[in-house]
Ligand binder design. Sequence first.
Ligand code: SF4
Length: 234
Amino acid sequence: MIIFKNEQYLPCSIPEISYTYERKTISDKETPLYLREDLFVYPKNMGFIVENNNGQFLVDSIDLLQLIRGKSVNEICHKETDFEEIEQYYRYGLIGYEKNTTAKLIIPEINQRYFNLYDISQTTWFCHIPLKIELDITKKCNLQCKHCSRDASPITTEGEMSLQNYVDVIQQAGKIGVPEFSFMGGEPTCNPSFIELATVARMSGIRTLSTSTNGWLINEDLAKKLLFYLIQCR
Ligand code: SF4
């Protein structure tokens, strides 16, 4: 289990996508807690999405949420991470002290094979994740459109990340359970490692891959590979 002490939005060191938020301390640890409203729970990649009106929350497990009804913090929390998890539920209004006996976890019927898949989770115990990442895998493009918002050109490579950096970002995204990844550019097919990166994404557990391309460099062989790896090529 990985615990990120400053509770980053993403467990990685890229400043643009790191986000720190506060927990709301629960001082009353003896009074019973209840779910505030019905919460929808469904598996997503290597964990569960818990949804209420405030948003969607990714959790590794729903064990604590299932224990909450009518039990106090001290009754259900046995280690520090349990307290932290409960405080985050509290912070986002999923739980409270108002007795609401009708509120429940609504869990759609899930095929057992999916549960087995989620058991391999190594994601952080409670972490918001981006539901989609778009990664510019090159700044190059075979064209030079006047309207290009990326200032792409056949010779632009300045500021591109190394192949290893791309691989690291994709693997981190897979590890925390990002469900969707889009390869962008420049023109993504100008990156000779495009298919290699798509393979890394698949092997990292990211299921939904897509790209946006001008199509000029796609031959039959590449088209077959794109068809195999991507669900959308627009
Ligand atoms: S094809 Fe797209 S990325 Fe390439 S120059 Fe035109 S707008 Fe920019």
